[in-house]
Design a protein around this ligand. Structure first.
Ligand code: NDP
Length: 245
C-alpha cells in the first residue's frame, strides 16, 4: 500500500471533487501531496480538512507564466514532483449555435493548454531522473462527443493526443504518460446539471448509477505506482459501461 513512499505528487485542481479523492488516495499510498488552487478560501479550508499534510500552491494552470512561478515555489518548498496528475478542468456548455468565442477559449485554456503548461515544467526533469508518472484526466465526452460541448470535447480529446505523443518521447526514460477518461461522477460539476437532465444521463449508464471520485482515484493511484511501469500512452475508461470501444 505504501508504494509511493518518498514520492512527491502534484495534483492540479486537487481541491475539487475528483481531485480531492485523488490526493487522499495518493497520500494514503505514502506520497507527499501538493495541490494547486485558484480559489484561496476554498483551498485553505480544504487543506485543513484533510487528515494528511497537504501542501497547497496558487496557480492558474491556464497561464504558462503562472506555472513557471508555481514550479519554482514547489521545488523550493517540497522538491520536484515524481507524479503529476493533470486534473484541473472546467465546463462552459453551449450549443454550437450559441457558443461564444470566450466560452471556447476558456475551456480549451483550462483543460488543454493547462496540460502543456504544467507538464512542460516537470516532465523533462522526470526523464532526466529516470522515473516519472503523468496521468491526464480527460472525459468520456472526449471519447464519444456530447451535445453542447464542442469546446469541452475538443479539449478532452486533445488531451489524449498529447498523452500518446509525450508517452512516446519519454518511454525510454522511465516516465509513463496515461489518460483516464471518467464517465459521469458524482461531484459538484455533475450535481450542477439540472436534476431532470441528470436522471436522463443516469438512465444511459448500464450500471444505473454515477461513478464515485474514489473509483477514479484508485485507477489514478494504480497508474502512479511502480506496478504500472509497463503501461504508457493508454486511455482508461471508467464510465459504468456508458461507452465501450
Ligand atoms: P471540480 O469542479 O470539482 O474541480 C475542478 C478543479 O479544477 C477545481 O479544484 C478548480 O480549482 C480547478 N481549476 C479549474 N480551472 C483551473 C485553472 N485555470 N487553474 C487552476 N485550477 C483550476 O471538478 P471535478 O472534480 O468534477 O473534475 C475534475 C476533472 O475531471 C476535470 O478535468 C473534469 O473535466 C474531469 N471530469 C469530470 C467528470 C465528472 O463527472 N465530474 C467526468 C469526466 C471528467 P478552483 O476551485 O480553485 O477554481
Amino acid at each position: 500500500m505504501n508504494d509511493l513512499q518518498n514520492k512527491v505528487a502534484l495534483v492540479t485542481g486537487g481541491t475539487g471533487g475528483i481531485g480531492s479523492a485523488i490526493c487522499r488516495r495518493l497520500a494514503a499510498a505514502g506520497a507527499r501531496v501538493v495541490s494547486t488552487y485558484r480559489n484561496e478560501e476554498k483551498a485553505k479550508a480544504w487543506a485543513s480538512a484533510q487528515d494528511y499534510e497537504a501542501t497547497i500552491l496558487p496557480c492558474d494552470v491556464g497561464s504558462y507564466d503562472d506555472c513557471v512561478r508555481m514550479a519554482a515555489e514547489l521545488e523550493s518548498q517540497v522538491g520536484p514532483p515524481d507524479i503529476l496528475v493533470n486534473n484541473a478542468g472546467i465546463t462552459r456548455d453551449a450549443s454550437f449555435k450559441k457558443i461564444a468565442p470566450e466560452q471556447w477559449r476558456a475551456v480549451i485554456n483550462a483543460n488543454l493548454d493547462s496540460v502543456f503548461n504544467v507538464s512542460h515544467q516537470f516532465v523533462n526533469a522526470m526523464a532526466d531522473r529516470g522515473w516519472g508518472r503523468v496521468v491526464n484526466i480527460s472525459s468520456l465526452n472526449g471519447q464519444k462527443g456530447c451535445f453542447g460541448q464542442t469546446n469541452y470535447c475538443a479539449a478532452k480529446a486533445g488531451i489524449h493526443g498529447f498523452t500518446m505523443a509525450l508517452a512516446q518521447e519519454v518511454a525510454r526514460k522511465g516516465v509513463t504518460v496515461n489518460t483516464v477518461s471518467p464517465g459521469y461522477i458524482a461531484t459538484d460539476m455533475v450535481m450542477a446539471i439540472p436534476e431532470e437532465v441528470r436522471n436522463k444521463i443516469v438512465a444511459q449508464i448500464p450500471m444505473g448509477r454515477l461513478g464515485t471520485p474514489e473509483e477514479i482515484a484508485s485507477l489514478v493511484a494504480y497508474l502512479a505506482s511502480e506496478s504500472a511501469g509497463f503501461i504508457t500512452g493508454a486511455n482508461f475508461s471508467a464510465n459504468g459501461g456508458q461507452f465501450m470501444h
